[in-house]
Design a protein around this ligand. Structure first.
Ligand code: NDP
Length: 449
């Protein structure tokens, strides 16, 4: 009889937990995954996937307008059917949820559809009261939206609920100015809502290059989005007709139909029982781990958003893969957190890899910055006064490209290839020695002055 019920018990079947579990199972480990909700986690169920599909859906608003300049006769009484988009998006979520489930099962991992809490170094207790033992426990419980606290805060929604709205609100206030706020500001605006973005500081998308985010702010304002900066909630009062009066510091009260909080995400460690095995959490509630993803309890590991390193799906997947290879495969795997590309699917999107200009100026002795500020030819013919901006940050001593930052159509698609070059340590001269592919937007990468 084996000493434990399983070799690995993973808590959480999101992107990281699923990858770790299926790779461990493929290496012959006896694996179970406890998931209290749906297999797929935030990315598949209420994050990246449905969000990106809404971004596509919303973009048709501009595309249909622009199409007329390209000769298409578009009927004037165009209608958008939210229920149609919502139904199709949620059906796609169901499809991927089923695919994730199949992947786990065909690799031999058992899915336990229950919440699990840690009750010992090698033991979890399920919601139905039964206990399961495992040689190794992996905590992959992800993160959840941070909820603010003030009178009337309960009237707001988060990115968890946004995919299930009955209708697109006519007026929406989004709190926060990070990834989710800017992505949903674009979606709601394109789908016809009046959007107010409210943030506690003057910054949007802190962490991205200043000029790039300034350009996004300028374009967003030009499109008609409203911003309220240096504002914090005082209270929200729900009127009898369901409208919400939002009182905030430093600005007049606004009346909207929906308030959405996008003020960051907190690791899911509450009630997980980690303290019973001596695992503490940091001030954000995250589980500290070493390079091997091991917690202070030697048999318990953690990966993904619950560790609050870089809250991105592909990072969690890499961590899950490395964990499984090291514990159940041939070992020697690690995750390289340098030059992780990122994008915000705003309208237009922004993307970046490596150091921003200000980071480079702080960290390097000398810095050279090259840029291209241009109107994509599609925008020119469409009469759309929306300029793209690409920036290349180089080490002035070595000519090495240390960062690329972009705003403009399709830039998340372009940055993925550019990130390979930045990570490989290519120089500006090597970019320039590559012949441009004309006419594209990406050709600006080898033409920057
Ligand atoms: P972000 O961390 O991107 O942005 C948070 C925003 O909320 C900032 O504008 C910040 O203000 C503000 N804020 C932070 N804390 C508070 C607070 N206590 N009260 C009021 N405002 C606050 O968070 P998101 O929720 O948008 O996204 C969470 C994470 O999910 C992202 O960091 C990212 O890692 C991931 N994500 C990635 C996406 C992608 O890759 N495209 C898409 C969506 C999410 P300020 O900066 O001014 O202090």
């Amino acid at each position: 009889m084996p000493e434990y019920d399983y070799d690995l018990l993973t808590i959480g079947a999101g992107s990281g937990g699923t990858r770790a579990s299926r790779v461990a199972a493929a290496h012959g480990a006896r694996v179970a995954v406890a998931e209290e909700y749906r297999v797929g986690g935030t990315c598949v169920i209420r994050g990246c996937v449905p969000k990106k599909l809404l971004v596509y859906g919303a973009h048709f608003a501009e595309d249909l307008k622009d199409a007329q300049r390209f000769g298409w006769r578009v009927p004037e009484n165009l209608e958008f059917d939210w229920k149609c988009l919502q139904t199709n998006v949620l059906a796609e979520v169901d499809r991927i949820n089923a695919a994730y489930t199949t992947t786990l099962e065909t690799n031999g991992a058992q899915i336990i559809h229950q919440r699990a809490t840690v009750t010992g170094p090698n033991e979890v207790t399920l919601a139905n009261g039964t206990t399961k033992t495992a040689k190794t426990i992996l905590v992959a419980t992800g993160a959840r939206p941070l909820l603010p606290e003030f009178p009337g805060a309960e009237h707001g929604i988060t990115s968890n609920e946004v995919f299930h709205l009955d209708a697109i609100p006519k007026r929406v206030l989004i709190a926060g100015a990070g990834y989710i706020a800017n992505e949903f500001a674009g979606i709601f605006h394109q789908l016809g809502a009046h959007v107010i973005v409210m943030n506690r500081t003057k910054d949007i998308l802190r962490g991205y290059d200043l000029q790039i985010r300034d350009r996004l702010l300028q374009i967003s304002m030009m499109k008609g989005l409203d911003f309220r900066f240096d504002a914090t909630f005082e209270k929200i009062v729900k009127r009898e007709d369901g409208c919400l009066d939002v009182h905030m510091t430093g600005h007049d009260t606004v009346t909207v139909d929906c308030v959405m909080y996008a003020i960051g995400r907190v690791p899911n460690t509450d009630g997980l029982g980690l303290e019973t095995v001596g695992i503490g959490v940091d001030d954000k509630g995250a589980v500290p781990v070493d390079e091997q993803n091991r917690t202070t309890c030697p048999s318990i590991f953690a990966i993904g958003d619950v560790t609050n390193r870089i809250q991105l799906t592909p990072v969690a997947i890499r961590e899950g893969q490395a964990f499984a290879e090291n514990q159940f495969g041939k070992g020697g795997a690690s995750v390289d957190y340098d030059c992780v590309p990122a994008a915000c699917f705003s309208h237009p999107p922004i993307a970046g890899v490596g150091m921003t200009e200000s980071e480079a100026r702080q960290r390097l002795g000398s810095v050279k910055v090259y840029s291209s500020d241009f109107r994509p030819m599609k925008n020119v013919l469409a009469g759309r006064d929306e300029r793209s901006l690409y920036k290349m940050i180089c080490d002035g001593e070595t000519d090495r490209v240390v960062g690329i930052h972009m705003i403009g159509p399709d830039c998340p698609e372009i940055i993925q290839a550019a990130a390979v070059c930045v990570k490989a340590g290519l120089t500006k001269a090597q970019f320039d020695s590559t012949v441009a592919l004309h006419p594209t937007m990406a050709e600006e990468l080898v033409l920057m002055r």
